[in-house]
Structures are given as C-alpha cells and as structure tokens.
Design a protein. Sequence first.
Length: 569
Amino acid sequence: MADIVDTKTPSNFIRAIIEEDLKTGKHGGRVATRFPPEPNGYLHIGHAKSICLNFGLAQSFNGTCNLRFDDTNPAKEEVEYVDAIKEDLRWLGFDWQDREFFASDYFDQLYTLAVRLIKDGKAYVDSLSAEEIRQYRGTLTEPGRESPFRKRSVEENIDLFQRMRDGQFEEGSHVLRAKIDMSHPNMLMRDPTLYRIRKAPHHRTGEQWCIYPMYDFTHCISDAIECITHSICTLEFENNRALYDWVLDQLALPCRPHQYEFARLNLSYTVLSKRKLIQLVKEGIMSGWDDPRMPTLSGLRRRGYTPEAIRNFCERIGVAKANSVVDVALLEHTIREDLNRRAPRMMGVLRPLKVTIENYPDGQVEELDAVNNPEDPAMGSRSVPFSKVIYIEQDDFREEPPKKYFRLAPGREVRLRYAYFITCRDVIKDPATGEVIELRCTYDPATRGGDAPDGRKVKATLHWVSAAQAVDARVRLYDRLFVKSDPDEKVDGKTFLDFINPESLEVLDGCKLEPALGNASAGALYQFERLGYFCFDIRESSPGRPVFNRTVTLKDSWAKITQNSRKTP
C-alpha cells in the first residue's frame, strides 16, 4: 500500500546535515552539490526529486549546483538525451549557469589517476572473462578467490593498460580492477572493475578512447575535481559509498567530498526504471518519450503538468532514509491544486448530443457573461455565444433516469451554465439504431444567468456549447498507465508489460468546444467545466483542428485519502 505523506511537515535529513556542517565550518562553509544524469534516456518524475533536492539545497544555502553528465558508456548515450535533459531542467526552473560538465571532460585525468593506482600496487589488469570474474567474486556467505592475474607486476600492468588504451585488445579480453580485498563482506569491494574496453564512438570524444572508466571510479573523482561538498545520491548506492571513499583515500585529491544517500521516489501505478521506459518507447508501446502517459518530465509537460506543481510535489514528499511508495494520487492532487488557481474555466462537450430549443428565436445569438476563474477575480470574464441549437454531453441525458439521477430527462428541467433553465419536451431517435440523436427542449427567458423569479429550483447545472460557433476538436483522455499499483511485482511469471492499462488512452473526435478555445496557444491550460483540466497539444494540433490532452480529472481521491487518514486515531 502506498504511503500517506504528511504534507504539512516534509522531512529532509540532508538539510539538517548541511546546517550542522555550516555550524562546524566543515568544507570551509561552502555548499556545493551536483546533479549527475546519465545521457542514456529522458528524465522522469523520480529524477525531479533529485533535481529539486540538489538545486534546492544549493539555493537555500547560497551554494552552487553543477550539472554533470555521467557519459562513460558510449554505447547507450546520445546527444538527443543531453539536449532533452537540459531542456527539462530549464523547464523545471533551475539554472546551472556556466557549471555544465561532462565526465568525459576528465577522461585524461581519470586515466592518469588509474595509472597512479597501478604504480601504487592498488590496481591490476585482469584477463578473466566477465563470467569468470563473477564466479571468482564469491557469494554473500562465501569469500571470493583472487584472480590468477592479480599478481602481475606493475610494469606488466602498465604495459597492458596502455595497450588497452591503444585499442590492441578486443572487448571483454581485459579489464582494470582495483586491488582491495576478495574476502571483503561488501561484495562491491572485492576488486571492483575500474575500466573496461568499449569500442564504440563517444558522443563528445569520438573515437579518441576505446577504454572507459566505470561509474564508481568516475563519480567520486569527478566530485573531487569539482570540489563538491555534499554528493547526494539514491539509496541503492549506499553500498557503493565504501568504494567511493576507498578511491578518494588512495588518491588523496585536494578536495574530499562526502556521499549521502536518500530514498528514491517510488510512485504507485508507475515504473521509473529507465530500462523499462526505454522498452516502452523502443517497442512502440508508447508513442515516444513525451507520450503524456509516460512519467517522463517531457511527457508530464505535454500532458499539462506545470513545473510549479512538480516542485511542490517534490517538496511535499520530503527526503527520507528509508524506501517507501508514494501514492500517485498525491501527484494528481498537487497538479489539481495548481491548476485550480491558474487555469481559466471553459466549456467543452466531449460526446455531443444535439439540443434544439424550440421556443428560442431563430437566428438569434446572445453573448452571455461567463466567469474565467472564480479562484482569481483578476482573470475577469468572457463572452460565450448562445443560440437555438446547442450541444450537451450524452451522459447528461437519460430517457429513463435511474434513482438519484438529476440531470436532463423527458419532462425534467435543468439549468444551463451561465444561461437559462431548459425543459426536455421530446426525444428524437435514429430510426435504424434507436440511438438518441436530438432533444427538443423549451427555455424560460426569465431565468437568464440565474434562478427562476418564482423561486423554483433545479437539481442540476449542465455545461453546453452553441452549435453554430463551436470549435471541432480532438480530445485525448488519459488514465493511469498500469492497472496494478505495483507493476513490478512478480505475479505468475508476468512482467510489468502484462499490467498495462488498455484504457490508458481514449481518443475522442468530433468534440465541441466554445469558440475561445480555437485560439489556444502551445501548452495553454484550461479547466473544461465538470470534465477536468486540459492542455493544448501543439505537437498534434493542426489549423482548424485543435487537440487537447486531459491533464487530470476533477475527482480528487487524495483529498479523500488524507481526510479519512486524519479521522483514524
């Protein structure tokens, strides 16, 4: 079950650590963090937590935060990902100024430092295969065995490492390993690999290199070169801290960063594994990295999420030391809160049903006054055309209404938003199918924009659009991508792909929107009254046919969850 997050007092233990470091003068009173993405995919909502944490702490303590790309695996990295990451960071509202770095900036220094380890007897070239290295490493209960190549001389190791760099060996034939302890209780410390051969062009260095450093060797040295004070990473790297410290201890570099681990974001009904997100894109299950069903920042942006809402969400969930799962309903609640304040109200009919008001004057068009956003009076109002023929939602009419159904039905009176009371007098059906295709109604002219003068009441208010002025549009309705709260849970051999929600996307053509929506601009956000919040999709829209993506519905399950949790002793 997903956790109920206390949104009033979010925790942040790393902030407390920094405050104590500043009191004691550690790091000379400096605060320097970094965000180090791998350019092998697009950023997702989990990265947003790390982004907000690293950049946010730097801002809070008048420090700096570097953007550093961990580009040490040329087989998986692309310039497209570098550009997308920078675009997402700027969209979120963060600026790294001139502090943009790449691990590849340090390839020469990393190679020199690796040679120093070899000369100090702290590293050696191993010629075991990858499978043999795994076998020699041992298990959690059994110590590992030393490689037969562990006792090579310094001179032989230097020669082999130089020849590795010169491209004289095939991939997998040799690796450079740290010489630590094959019986160490932390298996990562059992002579970990520092360099491997990769004969693939690099997106920045081309074919200059054919050996590339491993993450654990690169990351700590890059932190030290940049004089990072607080190297913040997610909890799965907790065991890696021992190696982080070992490398820095052996090399005695001028700056000495410290690694701190926090719990990564796990979100219900979502997968945040980059490997799985790549699979969704590569196999065509999603239309791309910016598919609005994806948890990527580009997907959320296209769906209509705002950077303010995402930053607020990251602040609310806090920073903890223990892994947990956050209910996706909190993320949805946060965007509703944000859009409720900023999104103008409009009317749109997604599944139109024609209504003819028989006693309304032919050819007459009235301009009715409609409030843009009751949460913000400064947004003012707009004119909405009203005429003899309008559209309402199909769901707002029942020929045989069930109990507690208060919307339109034969002989029943309802209110049209900002307009009049109408009463259904006749129902027109398709002779071939029996489907209701039109309603004939009458209106009360005395009820314009308000209640009836005689005091009679109605129990429902419907949204509508004037037929003659309506804008035709396509609307995409999105639901959660997975039907299971934990798509990664192993059940009867099924994978996360088996839990994809077949109703995660519904495309509606022939929707009718009020005319003001025909002039929407890229990324414009609206509340369609009674239907939810929607975003104009510039990528799919074309002249004369706008496309809107539903960001989120109006129904707020998180509000109910938190309300019920507060009632529980």
